[in-house]
Design a binder for this molecule. Sequence first.
Ligand SMILES: NC(=O)c1ccc[n+]([C@@H]2O[C@H](COP(=O)([O-])OP(=O)(O)OC[C@H]3O[C@@H](n4cnc5c(N)ncnc54)[C@H](O)[C@@H]3O)[C@@H](O)[C@H]2O)c1
Ligand SMILES: O=c1ccn([C@@H]2O[C@H](COP(=O)(O)OP(=O)(O)O[C@H]3O[C@H](CO)[C@H](O)[C@H](O)[C@H]3O)[C@@H](O)[C@H]2O)c(=O)[nH]1
Length: 322
Amino acid sequence: MRVLVAGGAGYIGSVVTAVLLEGGHEVTVLDDLSTGHADAVPDGARFVQARLQESAPVLADVRPEAVLHFAAKSLVGESQVKPEIYWEHNVGGSLALLEAMRAVDCRRIVFSSTAATYGEPEQVPIREDASTRPTNTYGATKLAVDAMLTSYAAAYDFAAVSLRYFNVAGAAHGLGERHTTETHLIPIALQVAAGRRESITVYGEDYPTPDGTCIRDYIHVSDLADAHLLALTAPEPGEHRVYNLGNGTGFSVQQVVDAVREVTGHPVPVEVGPRRAGDPAQLVAASDRIRADLGWTPRHTDLAGIVRDAWEVAQQRAAAQA
Ligand SMILES: NC(=O)c1ccc[n+]([C@@H]2O[C@H](COP(=O)([O-])OP(=O)(O)OC[C@H]3O[C@@H](n4cnc5c(N)ncnc54)[C@H](O)[C@@H]3O)[C@@H](O)[C@H]2O)c1
Ligand SMILES: O=c1ccn([C@@H]2O[C@H](COP(=O)(O)OP(=O)(O)O[C@H]3O[C@H](CO)[C@H](O)[C@H](O)[C@H]3O)[C@@H](O)[C@H]2O)c(=O)[nH]1
């Protein structure tokens, strides 16, 4: 299939691009490099540096049969203080992309949605029919794009899938998390283990969880890539499907830090800080719907394995830079 990957120079998009190429697909990556890296675009993919907002000429040239849409701003804290960036890139950019697709009669899309669309959960594990009350602008913009896809499917026969990722982690194809502003737990803990940060601050240990720290559902980026390939061809024209993607098991911040110590063999000094605003105590996915509909099964559910893959790729990159 001829596929356009928007955001393919970022962490998740670059891994999925590598998997698409491996599967024999023809891939063009569109990315403005605002948080991505040109050298993360796998060999074999064509790369066009462009913003979503100016994607029309790129689609007119590429004429893709399907679009995988990862391009977004995704820092929750930033979204609270600079919301205009989130509405412009995530919502304005996505609208421009959908219009560019319509102009070339491309109606198949898989979109990176998020657990943040649900907000504070009423029930854990979280199912797709749970209420969606995002507690931050980032989640609100992603939910707006989900709604956009529902209406494009109804009005214009788009075949769309929103994949609501929980906490994506791990590495594959030599590609791992590489955010200039890193806020995610596992890469920060690995930077401490590597001696690149002195300590990690655990945001709160007074949550109503067994060890007092927050529980999250860490999904390996390779399992996420599998889901994208399945989702690419699943919906019929006129259908917008929404699937949660998590491995269904929660791990606490403390368990993650312990896994990082065990895998790396290095100390990880911890400081306990206050809770981070907007962090729910527990986010765990019920992913039964995608398992039942598409036969998706996560293969990398072991926390130590997820941490090990991320550590190995981070070490390789550090060695290459030295
Ligand atoms: N990492 C996670 O745990 C997680 C969880 C839920 C959802 N998501 C979503 O998955 C997607 C990928 O996340 P990631 O962690 O790989 O982030 P990332 O920042 O590494 O990748 C996003 C890419 O999009 C590009 N981009 C941003 N705005 C753009 C624009 N207007 N036009 C063109 N390119 C643009 C960036 O340069 C970057 O390469 C995002 O949509 C994110 O919201 C991520
Ligand atoms: O230095 C840190 C970083 C994180 N944490 C904790 O570790 C857990 C995981 O935090 P991350 O920042 O790694 O991930 P989030 O759960 O906040 O965010 C993820 O889930 C969100 C939905 O709520 C969005 O989808 C977002 O894109 C995705 O990365 C949280 O309890 C957080 O408080 C720390 O204690 N210290």
